[in-house]
Design a protein around this ligand. Sequence first.
Ligand code: N2P
Length: 363
Amino acid sequence: MKTTALCLVSALALTAGQAAAQDKVLNVYNWSDYIAEDTIAKFEAATGAKVNYDVYDSNETLEAKMLAGNSGYDVVVPTSDFLRRQVGAGVYMELDKSKLPNLANMDAQLMKNAAVYDEGNAHSVVYMWGTTGIGYNVEKVKEALGEDAPLNSWALVLDPANAEKLASCGISMLDAPTEILPIAMNYAGLDPRSTEREDFEKGAETLMAVRPYVRYFHSSQYINDLANGDVCVSIGWSGDVFQAQARAAEAENGVEIKYVIPDEGALQWFDMLAIPKDAPHPDLALEFINFIMDAQITADITNYVWYANANAASMPMVDEEIKSDPGIFPTEAAKERLWGAPVYDSKVDRVVNRLWTKIKTGE
Ligand code: N2P
């Protein structure tokens, strides 16, 4: 009798133990090329949790999963304008800030900027931020366009005469309609924050004029392609271009990559850590977000992915070459020419998507 009871007790204990181990699973969905090599391993070591880590390279992909629900993810990283819309759709839970002591590390001004999209930072904290600009291969662009190449202007890729000359060494653009169309509008002298149909149409015309010279639209492939010299100009994200530069340097292949925020201005965006309302492991998700906000952990990420962060306490540990690079932390003068994305409603979204399909197919 006694033995049976004991067996039962230990059997129960075992089941509870197994359940606890199972609960210590965290499902993270983040952008590709967007975390340090050791971040996840360090979190697993610190918590005993097992992390499943998946990646995407477009807000549209993430948004489709979030709106469908039951994604199984505990932590995701939407860009702030997309986050705003998804918060409106009730997708994210409010963060229990008593579980996030490392919020004290965050830069108050940058969090305030992010709060424009998420009142009181109720559902999200800044992961990394950056700009959408131009990455280019110094030598190949010089070969194609000579010394007078407009290296500080969107004209480098959006003027058809230049694009034609760059076509053979390879132009790529992000597959990010809500970023590329406004860039074309800005280059065409229009307000990149406009939500008027006619303005999007003019932006689309500007893109159609260079479309024959664009090799592909893709939002992650260009890192390796720039690094290997397989494309020579990419409209891309700041840190990704710097990663291409670093990969080329590491390969010692003689490819020199530079990143520029064009003088006409560029998009500045914030990527936000958030927890879906139906996250299976919300407590561990909060632990993860707090872990990321550790000053050293964030510094390690910035030092690896070359994206700016909003963690003031991390800055002393961020490499000097990154801190002082105006492509990563823009100068005050450059900041004045950056714009933030407006939040599109579903009507604007339809206009953008219809034009984007036309642009991508070139028809
Ligand atoms: C990382 C891309 C993240 C920037 N590869 C997109 N907001």
